[in-house]
Design a protein around this ligand. Structure first.
Ligand code: NAD
Ligand code: UGA
Length: 470
């Protein structure tokens, strides 16, 4: 039986390995992690991440050909193929701080592989990494192993949170980069044969190592750039009377442009877009390509502008003061159908509102109270390094923020509502009831353009939707 070990039981490692186990019953898959709490959650009925369909897949395979363990060394040593899906956050200090990828976790995984391996192995980069990381990893492995040979492949992951299982079962494509040597190509074929168990062959794209590594960074940069582009249009729409959803719709009918990633929003979030663009910027700068670096930096600047613009709109609409006013925040996750809050625009918006002394009442269907309070207590660099952090939640944060269990409680007696995540349940709330329970004038700031502004205005709300006339 072929043995696979997945290092890193996070948002990528957990679902990816679970789907491989599901589709390849003859392969034994063990997911390992240094985090004991994460592994015990994977072994329980309360998985550490919320992802539609994940529970069912794990239940079907766990204990048969899918295992979760903290014994990293043993399972690495036993495996024929090792997927490395550890976190690669932005460096918080030293050379390249604030931009370059921090490969500490990757390097420590590579060292464990080198130290414990007694047989030849294929090592797969699942994490998103800077271009030419495979070369660095190769060096660590070959200089620390005892004659064991390793083939490194790049096999970046393209799943989106909230649709991870669907994306893994029916990927647009699987990308595999390998060395152009006979051994490298043999390893590519071995990995290809695993995916071929459920992915049509024409969707499995093979390239050289560096193209594969760069394609992942390029992919996220292009997606984020579309959001920043439509968000830039949203500001123009507000200034001119155009409607951003109509502009998106018109653009989407151009087959050269396509329809996806054209939803204007309060800004993109998630653990990857910003870090991967910063990584790209750093690589461009390191290669003396200043214009290229500046081009991609703009995508992040536009995203920051959009979040800032939203906060300013709230304050200016509410008579230039929100001091002591209760603002209901609906949604904290960075998008719907996930409990993930990494780099969620809600953090910056809430902090902006708190700086103006608002009193926040926050409700999210899937994010825990503890998580929200920690996010609001941390600075942006700490957020990227959850392993080390011990955030101190200040008394003023505690005084200004209440986390509540439903949208009606959040909005009761509020002066305004900010919709920051596009959860479906926010579309069907009883807004008449909410209006009656709020202070007047009652404001709605729809950061996701999911509400029917016309109907809300009929009820009596003053409504601000991104990129739409007031
Ligand atoms: P994550 O933080 O959820 O999971 C990473 C896990 O790796 C953690 O549980 C951590 O404890 C573990 N880990 C770190 N060092 C380890 C070591 N030496 N040995 C064993 N375990 C170790 O991160 P994630 O969101 O799953 O992302 C992982 C990688 O995949 C990143 O490079 C990210 O850019 C990329 N990626 C993420 C997504 C996504 O949707 N989250 C999608 C595509 C690609
Ligand atoms: C994104 C990419 O879509 C995946 O292909 C990639 O694998 C992944 O990053 C990664 O490398 O981590 P994800 O961050 O899970 O996936 O979620 P997206 O659906 O891309 O949304 C990212 C952010 O952009 C969210 O805050 C979302 O609300 C926002 N967004 C998305 C918009 O504001 N408008 C849109 O039209 C689409």
């Amino acid at each position: 039986m072929v043995k696979i070990c997945g290092i890193g039981a996070g948002y990528v490692g957990g679902p990816t390995m679970a789907v491989i186990a599901l589709k390849c019953p003859s392969i034994e898959v063990t997911v390992v992690d240094i985090s004991h709490s994460r592994i015990s959650a994977w072994n329980s009925d309360h998985l550490p991440i919320y992802e539609p369909g994940l529970q069912e897949v794990v239940q079907q395979c766990r204990g048969k050909n899918l295992f979760f363990s903290t014994d990293v060394g043993k399972h690495v040593s036993d495996a024929d193929i090792i997927f490395v899906a550890v976190n690669t956050p932005t460096k918080s200090r030293g050379l390249g701080a604030g931009k370059a990828a921090d490969l500490t976790y990757w390097e420590s995984a590579a060292r464990v592989i080198a130290e414990t391996s007694k047989s030849n192995k294929i090592i797969i980069e699942k994490s998103t990494v800077p271009v030419r990381t495979a070369e660095a990893i190769e060096r660590i492995l070959t200089h620390n192993s005892n004659g064991v040979s390793f083939q490194i492949l790049s096999n970046p992951e393209f799943l989106s949170e909230g649709t991870a299982i669907e994306d893994l079962l029916n990927p647009d494509r699987v990308l595999i980069g390998g060395r152009q040597t006979p051994e490298g190509q043999k390893a590519v074929q071995a990995l290809k044969s695993i995916y071929a168990q459920w992915v049509p062959e024409d969707k499995i794209v093979t390239t050289n190592l560096w193209s594969s590594e760069l394609s992942k960074l390029a992919d996220n940069a292009f997606l984020a750039q579309r959001i920043s582009s439509i968000n830039a249009m949203s500001a123009l729409c507000e200034a001119t009377g155009a409607e951003v959803s109509e502009v998106s719709h018109a653009l989407s009918k151009n087959s050269k442009i396509g329809s996806r990633f054209l939803n204007s929003s309060v800004g993109f979030g998630g653990s990857c877009f910003q870090k991967d663009i910063l990584n790209l910027v750093y690589i461009a700068e390191s290669n003396g390509l200043t214009e290229v670096a500046n081009y991609w930096k703009q995508v992040i600047q536009m995203n920051d502008y959009q979040k800032d613009r939203f906060v300013k709109r709230v304050v200016s609409s509410m008579f230039n003061t929100i001091s002591g006013k209760k603002i209901a925040v609906l949604g904290f996750a960075f998008k719907k159908d996930t409990s993930d809050t990494r780099k969620t625009p809600a953090i910056d918006v809430c902090k902006g509102l708190m700086r103006d002394d608002a009193s926040l009442s926050i409700y999210d269907p899937k994010v825990s109270e503890d998580q929200i309070l920690r996010d609001l207590a941390m600075d942006s660099v700490e957020c990227d390094h959850p392993v080390h952090l011990q955030p101190v939640i200040s008394p003023s944060t505690m005084k200004q923020v209440r986390i509540v269990q439903d949208a009606y409680e959040a909005t009761k007696d509020a002066h305004g509502i900010c919709v920051l995540t596009e959860w479906d349940e926010f579309k069907t709330l009883d807004y008449q009831r909410i209006f009656f329970s709020m202070q007047k004038p009652a404001f709605v700031f729809d950061g996701r353009n999911i509400l029917n502004a016309g109907k809300l205005r009929e009820i009596g709300f003053i409504v601000y939707s991104i990129g739409k006339p007031l």
